[in-house]
Design a protein around this ligand. Structure first.
Ligand SMILES: [Zn+2]
Length: 369
């Protein structure tokens, strides 16, 4: 469908160009675009608009349409209706496949054959899989302390892995430098507006599943917020007369740029401390304003949880429900407990928890001893 890039700061629209990640308007230089459709027919508004010239060009490795199951034991413990959407059943084991499929399909339409990307692991693995399928050579920059399993997965798909010492953001700087030096497009999943057009399929599936039954809350583990933002976009595209569940952003006590922004508190990248939730350990997410806006527009909240609570929940979830989630995903269960205790989530309400990544992506330490 015909589309443009719109700068989320100065609202300027430009022709789509995957090489542009920063707004070129004088005095703006903002680094978050979104896609707007220029020929969308309101009669077909229930079709998911996608930013490809031909829908058949969308690479399908089996992403999306993940199951939603009811978590019976936890539901009865908390007197709630709790559902999990098993995003780890995507082809590379995380929700990132929704975004990568769209992003790589779009890059392929632009004729791009080599890309640079930085990731804490899951996005890197996902982009590697879709790049392999598309015969795009990919260079993935990862923190050298990223979980071994995630790095092995990236290597297996044939990407060139660059391990970078220091915090997660160092991988971003190194990727940008490599991209400039070698004139290879920097295709960051955190910046690409195509990635968000992929993650919005999550929202469409949730809307279809709950149909007229009221869903009150969705809790997201938030690093850059791509699933949270994509979900909200689906609700806004579908339009009027639909109840939008509260979108809550869960971060860790040690890395909480979006929680601080939501609470009007300062956050500096130097404030960050190590956390086991490596999938959301992003010190300076480029879409932090957009993610915070989604929380505010849906009357959600942004809260933090501790690493200890996350570890406890990984075990509880496996032993009570038979669900093996990666640590990052377990942050939302600790968040659930906190939102119940503060009465933001009330008895008998319906809650959805996306299990964003599979447990073996980053197994408990005891597994590797
Ligand atoms: Zn701008």
């Amino acid at each position: 469908m015909k589309h443009k890039f719109k700068c989320l700061n100065c609202q300027t629209t430009i022709n789509p160009d995957p090489h542009i990640t920063v707004c070129q308007q004088k005095g703006c230089k903002y680094e978050a675009f979104e896609i707007v459709y220029t020929n969308r027919d309101s009669n077909t508004s229930h079709e998911i608009p996608i930013p490809l010239s031909n829908n058949l060009n969308l690479i399908n490795l089996g992403q999306g349409n993940t199951p939603i199951i009811r978590l019976n034991s936890i539901s009865s413990d908390f007197e709630l209706n709790i559902f999990a959407k098993l995003e780890y059943m995507n082809p590379t084991g995380s929700f990132k496949d929704r975004g990568s499929s769209m992003m790589i399909s779009a890059l392929k339409e632009f004729g791009i054959s080599e890309i640079v990307e930085d990731s804490s692991g899951n996005a890197g693995a996902s982009i590697s899989a879709y790049s392999a399928y598309s015969k795009i050579q990919s260079h993935i920059f990862v923190p050298e302390n990223a979980p071994k399993n995630k790095i092995s997965q990236i290597e297996l798909y044939g990407s060139e892995v660059h391990k970078i010492p220091g915090p997660r953001d160092n991988s971003t700087f190194a990727a940008i430098e490599y991209s400039n030096k070698n004139s290879i497009p920097y295709s960051s999943h955190n910046l690409s507006p195509y990635f968000l057009e992929g993650t919005k399929s999550f929202g469409y599936e949730v809307i279809n599943f709950f149909n007229q039954n009221k869903l009150h809350h969705i809790l997201f583990p938030v690093g850059n917020g791509s699933l949270l933002i994509g979900s909200y976009k689906a609700y806004t595209e579908i339009g009027n007369n639909i109840n939008i569940p509260k979108h809550h952003a869960i971060q860790t006590e040690n890395i909480r740029p979006i929680v601080n922004m939501y609470n009007n508190l300062n956050w500096s990248v130097d404030d960050g401390l190590p956390t086991i939730a490596n999938g959301i350990a992003i010190l300076n997410p480029p879409r932090k304003i957009q993610a915070t806006n989604v929380v505010n527009f849906t009357n959600g909240t942004a809260i933090t949880v501790s690493d200890e609570q996350i570890i406890e929940w990984q075990i509880k979830l496996a032993q009570k429900e038979g669900v093996f989630a990666e640590l990052t995903s377990c942050a939302i269960f600790a968040g659930l407990e906190k939102l119940i205790s503060t009465k933001i989530i009330k008895n008998q309400e319906t809650v959805l928890l996306p299990i964003t990544g599979f447990g073996l992506k980053d197994p408990p330490k005891s597994f590797n001893q």
